[in-house]
Design a protein around this ligand. Structure first.
Ligand code: VGL
Ligand code: ZN
Length: 196
């Protein structure tokens, strides 16, 4: 029997507040957008699902400094900063997943408290390719949960950027993902894989 691999692309939190100029702007966070737009195009052309997660907080979310949390106010539902970056190409049939929508709960992973597992199951997805922001928070948490949920997980290393609150956090995140069984691909590897 030939086992079929079917991949979905998960674009994590490519929102205005996480890009330079945003309230939690990640250095060069917007520089990965052309790479991601290419990936979106390839998946779309191949009829494979593209899923966009977004950090979508209430104005008084517990992660914000004024609530005793560690982050500046960011990605508040209904504000411009929570919008996807305008240069990101979002297909009309794309799925959008909102996370960390509850005041008293942090949720870095796109699986946490969302319908993501169900969407992937409905589409018979066995493999997820992850790109977006931030390597050391939501990308990492999503990748690790993906492994726990039984998916083959690939992180696209030239299509992610990290916050790096402390020096070395990004490298640590890559190590942690690798140790958990996450595979690293370049966007060129993805293209080679999906066009063969
Ligand atoms: C994220 C910090 C706070 C992320 C979300 O999307 O990686 N990071 N909230
Ligand atoms: Zn957040």
């Amino acid at each position: 029997m030939i086992r079929q691999t079917k991949c979905a692309l998960i674009v994590v939190d490519l929102q205005i507040d996480f890009c330079p100029g945003g309230t939690l702007g990640i250095s060069a966070g917007d520089s990965i957008i052309p790479v991601i737009n290419d990936l979106i195009d390839i998946f779309h052309t191949n009829g494979l699902p593209v899923i966009f997660s977004r950090d979508f907080h209430p104005a008084d979310h517990m992660s914000f400094t004024d609530q005793g949390g560690i982050w500046p106010t960011h990605c508040v539902k209904g504000t411009k900063g929570s919008d996807f970056h305008p240069l990101l190409t979002i297909p009309s049939d794309a799925r959008v997943i909102s996370k960390a929508t509850e005041k008293n709960k942090e949720a870095y992973s796109a699986f946490d408290g969302t319908e993501l597992t169900q969407i992937l199951g409905d589409e018979k997805i066995t493999c997820i390719m992850i790109c977006g922001l931030a390597t050391d928070y939501c990308v990492k948490a999503t990748a690790l949960d993906g492994i726990d949920e039984g998916f083959r997980v690939i992180v696209v290393k030239d299509a992610v950027r990290g916050v790096e609150v402390s020096e070395g956090d990004i490298n640590k995140a890559f190590d942690q993902m690798k140790n958990a069984g996450v595979t690293e691909y370049s966007s060129a590897d993805v293209k080679r894989n999906l066009s063969s």
